[in-house]
Write a protein that binds this ligand. Structure first.
Ligand code: SF4
Length: 541
């Protein structure tokens, strides 16, 4: 329930008089026996109705590692795992969430359809058609056909035929019958029309459950080349300040604690006035991270007054060169300025997000991470000297995973063994610095994430094996007929048909390709200038 997207969907569905939406969660192992009541299978939280009795079972999938949970829920809900094995008595299974509109293909054997893109602009149309056809007496196949024809952004995987070249790359994908769209357009919320999303349910059983989440805006105009959200939520949209003020006032009536959400909270126009208002009204707020180059002393003071103890920045890379490769638009001086402000003014602890395995990364780039951390520590110590207490520095070092619809979609992931060696070296040099703690992600899990991000529909058979092996990825990969390295370690051809190419986000392929080439030259490109720029194809001419 900590996902605002999930909460928004729950609210949008239940505000309709003709629909009752209930929640279902994968039970914790210790709760399984309670929830899998009397052989009826997994039931809903609200009415304990068996999952298999619903007309529609919808999954919101923000992360690839949620995929095995889908299969577990289907099985526990007594719903056939494969879409092709369901009959008229089974619910339809719908997928949504950012992973599905990046690349739904590895999940395609298990889903009847996906609603691609943001839910708000398309949900009403989908529900209207779905309701109409559900009780029309048509077969399951007919219902799927009608939905695919009449609901923009709805993708029915079983209505497409995919063929492969001898080398394993995709040769073609075509609708199996006339009238089914070749490409699926993604519809976006209009920034000025969409209401500000806030969380509707507060529960102590989840992270951030004590605060109302308020979405300040969607998308990010900084154009980082590795960042999928920065591409598929284009153009960047922020709600007008007057609307945010009203949303904050209403949210404060529910809870004195707010969580402000945006890809870059400190970039939000009028953010200082908004946070001042929250404090004046007796509330407090927190933010997940800030851009180092848009952090201001006033915002820091407001964060301090709100009780926030740690500030998170994302330099992503250690060297200026590699930050240009990823189009970060952030200099070392800007990072250190933010560090001085945070350590000096607020005595904040720091959390820094970094990546290893980025395209073109060299030994010098790794050494630059060490040097950047040393410089950061130096400034933290200096700025904290009058306070007598030195703020902690926590590093979170993650492996780069290529994502669809970014300029880095053509790059492979770095070999797991190489990533492990890099982690080992960094651990050795960084832990010499007192006051610095480091968390590394697990390269093997990054590999799994890359497989699920970059795979085509054949990867569904691996997911099935993982499920049958009780979640044991190692075993499933060992006995798979599909070579997972093909999807993870192979650089893709710039002309190659990619598994997600049928989704139309409005981003021109030539734009991604140009950004890819600029990355290889370590050259930055412009950030978004909505209203003035037409570069990527998303903003109307
Ligand atoms: S057209 Fe320009 S401003 Fe619009 S989303 Fe693309 S890069 Fe950003």
């Amino acid at each position: 329930m900590s996902s605002l997207g999930f909460q928004v969907l729950y609210h949008l569905l239940n505000r309709r008089k003709t629909i009752v939406a209930e929640r279902v969660f994968l039970p914790e192992p210790r709760e399984e026996s309670l929830l899998l009541e009397g052989g009826r299978g997994l039931g809903s939280l609200e009415s304990r109705s068996p999952l298999s009795r619903f007309d529609l079972v919808a999954f919101s999938l923000p992360f690839e590692n949620d995929y095995p949970g889908v299969l577990k829920i289907l099985e526990a809900g007594r719903i056939p795992l494969l879409a092709g094995e369901r009959d008229e008595s089974d619910p339809f299974v719908l997928g949504g969430g950012i992973t599905t509109f990046l690349n739904p293909e590895p999940l395609s054997p298990f889903f009847d359809f996906f609603l691609l893109g943001e839910a708000e602009p398309i949900l009403d149309r989908f529900l209207e058609v779905f309701r109409e056809v559900l009780h029309s007496g048509g077969s399951r196949r007919e219902i799927l056909r009608i939905l695919a024809r009449r609901v923009p952004s709805l993708y029915v995987p079983s209505l497409y035929r995919v063929t492969y070249n001898e080398d394993g790359t995709l040769r073609s994908r075509e609708p199996v019958e006339p009238g089914i769209p070749e490409r699926i357009p993604v519809v976006r919320s209009h920034p000025l029309q969409a209401p500000v999303s806030t969380s509707a349910i507060l529960t102590p059983d989840t992270p951030f459950g004590d605060r109302v989440l308020v979405e300040l805006g969607r998308g990010c105009g900084r154009s980082c080349r590795f960042c999928a959200a920065g591409y598929v939520y284009r153009p960047p949209r922020t709600h007008p300040e007057s609307r945010l003020r009203r949303a904050v006032d209403t949210a404060l009536e529910k809870s004195r604690r707010l969580g402000l959400l945006s890809a870059a909270v400190s970039d939000t126009p009028g953010i200082e006035r908004l946070t001042a208002r929250i404090l004046e009204k007796g509330g407090t707020f927190s933010v997940s991270s800030v851009r180092a180059d848009s952090l201001t002393p006033v915002l820091l003071d407001h964060l301090k007054a709100s009780g926030q103890k740690t500030l998170a920045f994302a330099p992503e890379a250690g060297s200026e060169r590699l930050r240009r490769v990823i189009n970060k638009h952030l200099s070392e001086e800007e990072i250190l300025r933010a560090v001085r402000l945070a350590a000096g003014r607020g005595g904040f602890g720091l959390r820094l997000y970094l990546m290893i395995g980025l395209p073109t990364e060299t030994r010098e780039d790794l050494e630059a991470i060490r040097d950047l951390v040393k410089a950061i520590k130096h400034h933290v110590v200096k700025e904290s000297s009058t306070r007598g207490r030195i703020g902690k520095i926590h590093l979170s070092v993650n492996c780069f995973v290529p994502k669809a619809f970014t300029p880095f979609q053509w790059f492979p992931m770095e070999q797991v063994e190489t990533l492990k060696e890099k982690q080992k070296w960094l651990k050795k040099v960084l832990l010499r610095e007192g006051g610095v703690t480091v968390h590394f992600d697990v390269p093997r899990w990054a590999y799994v994430q890359a497989l699920l991000s970059m795979g085509d529909r054949r990867v569904g058979s691996i997911l099935r094996k993982v499920h049958e092996a009780g979640g044991d990825w190692r075993k499933a990969l060992r006995y798979s007929d599909i070579n997972p390295d093909f999807f993870v370690y192979r650089p893709k051809g710039l002309e190659e048909l990619l598994p997600w190419d049928f989704i139309d986000h409005g981003i021109r392929r030539e734009h991604l390709r140009k950004e890819y080439e600029l990355a290889l030259e370590a050259r930055e490109s412009e950030t978004c200038r909505v209203g003035e720029c037409r570069r990527c194809g998303v903003c109307p001419r």
